[in-house]
Design a protein around this ligand. Structure first.
Ligand code: FPP
Length: 250
């Protein structure tokens, strides 16, 4: 059994048992704007460093054997931000996708997307399609970036698709189960996250993976996303491993 130890001031020493990792970790990338403002920088500088932190954490998750990593990069509500900020986030996503297209086959990392891709510009949509096509040929760790994603929006989309199948006569309303509804979601085929991490000090879901997080363990930290390190990830995983998951049983 491989263990990693650390001690942070004010916190008990902890350890990660690498033979008992969560299979799926979800992260809300929060705190980029405040990180930048604290340094007298424009908010966009925080997103740039946040994108680097994502690279580091995604690579590390792959290295330690996390099967699925899902991150909330842009919500359906984030379009309300200033145009320049939205533009920066979109160009960071574009750069990441271009890099991924060059490296995912070599690294055997699948890159998927959740959300309504309709409002994205044509170039970004093309890159998303390209990443999806490459991922279809791969088997490795799956990294999923949520763009123009909203949990309620996802559920409404799924309900609409199911209703259309009912109208087409391929399924009957009474046949719907939790399992079959799962197949209508953007996350079809992906196991639910066991651990949801939210850096940035807020303690809410903000419309992220509402259906999928029914039994997730939540880990909140004041650390801002650009400052999130492998040690922070260890801390989150160790906290998860100390929890007693009962799923409604005793
Ligand atoms: C939330 O922090 C962060 C976002 C809305 C954008 C996240 C996007 C990236 C890190 C860039 C690209 C992502 C990838 C995956 C390559 P905030 O701005 O709401 O922070 P605040 O609460 O401090 O204002």
């Amino acid at each position: 059994m491989k263990l990693a130890f650390w001690k942070k001031e004010g916190e008990p020493a902890g350890q990660v048992d690498f033979s008992r990792l969560p299979r799926h970790i979800a992260i809300i990338l929060d705190g980029n704007g405040r990180w930048a403002q604290k340094r007298g920088l424009p908010r966009t500088a925080g997103h740039k460093v946040g994108a680097e932190a994502f690279r580091t954490i995604a690579t590390y998750c792959r290295d330690i054997g996390i099967d699925y990593l899902t991150v909330y990069a842009f919500s359906t509500e984030n379009w309300k931000r200033p145009e320049e900020e939205v533009g920066t986030i979109m160009s960071l996503l574009k750069r990441y996708l271009l890099e991924a297209i060059d490296t995912m086959e070599r690294d055997n990392v699948r890159l998927r997307f959740m959300g309504d891709m309709g409002p994205l510009n044509e170039e970004l949509r093309g890159l998303v399609d390209e990443c999806n096509a490459i991922s279809d040929r791969l088997t490795g760790c799956q990294c999923c970036i949520c763009i123009n994603y909203g949990g309620r929006d996802e559920i409404v989309h799924a309900a609409r698709k199911f209703a259309m199948d009912c109208t087409a006569g391929t399924v009957k309303p009474e046949q719907l189960t939790e399992e079959s509804f799962d197949g209508y979601l953007y996350s079809a085929g992906i196991p639910s996250p066991e651990l949801l991490i939210r850096p940035g000090g807020e303690q809410r879901l903000s419309n992220f993976l509402l259906w999928q997080c029914a039994y997730a363990e939540f880990y909140f930290t004041d650390v801002l996303w650009p400052d999130f390190t492998k040690a922070e990830l260890h801390r989150a995983i160790a906290a998860y491993q100390r929890r007693n998951r009962r799923f409604g049983a005793v």
